[in-house]
Structures are given as structure tokens and as C-alpha cells.
Design a protein around this ligand. Structure first.
Ligand SMILES: Cc1cc2nc3c(=O)[nH]c(=O)nc-3n(C[C@H](O)[C@H](O)[C@H](O)COP(=O)(O)O)c2cc1C
Length: 353
């Protein structure tokens, strides 16, 4: 495992620096064989993959595909260029009662909990469309490319503008080579009076998924965040299931983030709250994923479920797979522990032997 200060994504450098510096991981002469898996019509080497975020472009995709991750999510792309927030973008935190507190180190054994305040940077469509094509060419057999898309409200635009923009990005992603498109719905709802995410406006989320599905031929996933109540989780799944082929959850937990003196940990308007991800979130994320799986078992709907949120060890990944997830994705662990897929494959192989 990489010591906490040495992430493969350099948290002390800008997003654009990281964009042009994909990591070099030690090359394995032979990867252990994966246990196999299936996602839609695709046969997989293993059901372990990378969530939207760490794979900034095709060079990052290539590195993690070689490291044995088999579901590779190309980070969220948009219909026009968007810059990242200024540094810092990623801070280790401790979850305390009042807020998440930025600390020098968090977690044990290099398994941190992070606050993420990156904004939602994207290259221009011309750039990412070519690059997704390249990413697809770099995958081996038994690996799939998911592309995460986020809609933007055009200037002076309305809900219809946002819905159409999601569909446009999805179409471009498919044309460029995406095997699966993921609609990022755990993003602030630009039309809501109070702070809420797009997936919490069920009518809007359903319209986005419906439009995306009618515009692309590949399977569509909906990325969802944390639920306030069990009832909200049930209603969301039931309402959105007809319009999506699957769910990816839990995106993260929105919290206020401060430093040790109580000041905002990320400077700038709209950055008081950030997504908390990584090790500490596993108990809450796995509980909600488990609840969604029970709801599916109850026969209310039948869609793919990809579990994400705090999976920082092989045991945690196996726990979610045993619960019934069709696949498990990691983001924080991808940054700190890129050898996780190798250990996952080794443990599966020894369990079978
Ligand atoms: C550095 C970083 C960047 C992220 N960027 C995105 C993104 O672009 N789109 C998205 O849907 N989620 C993004 N996420 C959230 C992850 O996809 C994931 O939902 C979250 O980190 C929880 O997984 P984890 O606990 O394994 O980190 C990002 C996460 C990290 C750590």
C-alpha cells in the first residue's frame, strides 16, 4: 500500500497537472487470473473496477486496466470545457459530530477518508471524444469502459436544456466508444430552492434517464448519492428503475468541512460543503447498498447494482459482492492502493484452490 502522503494522484498539484501526469505503477509480469464476472452482456475478468473520478483520461484508464481493474469509469465529462476549483481539492478528514475536520493524516494503514472539492472539471468535447476512443482501444478482453456524463444548463436555459445536454453528452460518449454510459445524478440540482441533488428531484432524474436511454443504444447507469431515509431510497429505486439499466451508489456524503480552527477548509463560494468519501463511509454506504439489494430481492424491480463507497480492502469488496452487488467500484482506494485489484484476484484464486 502506498504511504498516505504519496497518492498516485498528487493532491498538492492542480487538476491539470494530474491530467498530464498519469502515474507509473510497477508492472506485473503476469496478473493473477480474475474470478470472472458479468455486466450486462459483457463478460468480465473480475467484478472490481474504478468509480468515476480517478481516471482523468485514457492514460489513467490504461494504467488501471493493466493493474487488473476490469470496470473502468472514465471521469465525468461535460458539453463544454470547465476548470477545476483552485487548490486544495482533496483533503484528508476526520468525521466529527459537527463537521468533517481537515487533518494532516486520516485513517489507519493508509486507508483515508477524504473531502473532495474539485468542482466538475471537463475538457472540451472534441478532446474527450477522441480520448475516450483511445481509452477503449487500450482495454483488454474482459474489461469494460463506462463513461460518466453530467448535463449543464445552457445559458438562459431551463430543465429541458439540462435534460437535453445530458443526452447529448451520452450520445457523444457512446459514439466515442463507451460500453456503458453513467448519468451523474448526485450533483447539485440547479433548479431546487433548497440544497438537494438532481436524483432527489425524482421527476427531473426520471426525465434525464428517459432521454438518455432514448438517445443511446448502450446500457445506462444512474449514479446516486446518500439517502436521508429508507423510504426515500425505496421510492427512488422504484421510480427510476424503469428508465435505467442499473444503479451506482453511494456517491458520497455531503458535509461541512472545516479545519482544526473551525474555518472553512476549502476557500471560495459554494465550497463550505464537500463530498466525504473513503474508508469511514463504508458502514453507512454498505448499509444503504444492502437496503437497495433487499428491495431488489423483494421483487420490486430488477436492475444491476454497482456498489461504491468506502471500499478500501478486499474484504469490503467481497462483502458487497456476497450481498449481491453485480460489481464493486473504488475511488479513494484507487488513489492510495492501486494494487488492490491484484490482491483481490489473488484472494479469489486462493479461495477457489
Ligand atoms: C479524486 C476523486 C474525484 C472524483 N470525481 C468524481 C467525478 O468526476 N464524478 C463522479 O461521479 N464521482 C466522482 N468521485 C466520487 C467517486 O466516484 C465515488 O463515488 C466516491 O469517491 C466514493 O467512493 P470511495 O469511497 O471508494 O472513494 C470522485 C472521487 C474522488 C476520490
Amino acid at each position: 500500500m502506498i504511504p498516505i502522503a504519496q497518492t498516485v494522484y498528487r493532491v498538492d498539484r492542480s487538476y491539470s497537472w494530474n491530467y498530464s501526469h498519469a502515474p507509473k505503477l510497477p508492472r506485473m509480469r503476469r496478473l493473477p487470473t480474475g474470478p470472472g464476472g458479468r455486466l450486462f452482456d459483457y463478460q468480465l475478468n473480475s467484478p472490481l473496477g474504478i468509480a468515476a473520478g480517478p481516471l482523468l483520461n485514457s492514460r489513467w484508464v490504461e494504467v488501471y486496466a493493466r493493474a487488473g481493474f476490469d470496470i473502468l469509469t472514465y471521469r465525468t465529462v461535460r458539453s463544454s470545457f470547465a476548470p477545476a476549483h483552485p487548490l486544495p481539492n482533496i483533503r484528508p478528514v476526520e468525521n466529527r459530530e459537527e463537521a468533517a475536520v481537515a487533518v494532516r493524516r486520516s485513517g489507519v494503514n493508509g486507508r483515508p477518508t477524504l473531502a473532495i472539492s474539485l468542482g466538475m472539471p471537463s475538457m472540451e468535447p472534441d478532446v474527450w471524444r477522441k480520448d475516450i476512443h483511445r481509452a477503449k482501444e487500450r482495454l483488454g478482453p474482459g474489461q469494460v469502459l463506462v463513461v460518466s456524463v453530467l448535463g449543464t444548463v445552457p445559458e438562459g436555459g431551463d430543465r429541458e436544456g439540462l435534460i437535453d445536454d445530458y443526452a447529448q453528452c451520452a450520445r457523444w460518449a457512446e459514439d466515442a466508444g463507451a460500453d456503458v454510459v453513467e448519468a451523474h445524478l448526485a450533483w447539485p440540482d440547479p433548479f431546487a430552492g433548497q440544497p438537494q441533488a438532481i436524483y432527489e428531484d425524482l421527476a427531473l432524474a426520471a426525465q434525464i434517464l428517459h432521454r438518455v436511454r432514448s438517445r443511446v443504444g448502450v446500457p445506462v447507469l444512474a449514479k446516486l448519492g446518500a439517502f436521508r431515509t429508507q423510504r426515500q431510497l425505496h421510492e427512488t429505486a422504484t421510480r427510476l428503475a424503469p428508465w435505467t439499466h442499473g444503479f451506482v451508489l453511494i456517491h458520497g456524503f455531503q458535509r461541512r468541512v472545516v479545519d482544526e480552527s473551525g474555518n472553512a477548509a476549502f476557500e471560495g463560494e459554494g465550497r463550505e460543503r464537500a463530498d466525504i468519501v473513503g474508508a469511514d463511509t463504508f458502514p453507512a454506504a454498505s448499509r444503504q447498498i444492502g437496503e437497495l439489494l433487499s428491495w431488489r430481492r423483494a421483487g420490486c424491480w430488477d436492475r444491476v447494482v454497482l456498489g461504491v463507497g468506502g471500499v478500501t480492502s478486499v474484504d469490503r469488496a467481497q462483502h458487497l459482492l456476497r450481498e449481491g452487488c453485480d460489481g464493486v467500484l473504488v475511488a479513494t482506494a484507487a488513489l492510495y492502493d492501486p494494487q488492490l485489484a491484484v490482491r483481490f484476484r489473488q484472494q479469489q484464486a486462493s479461495a477457489v484452490a
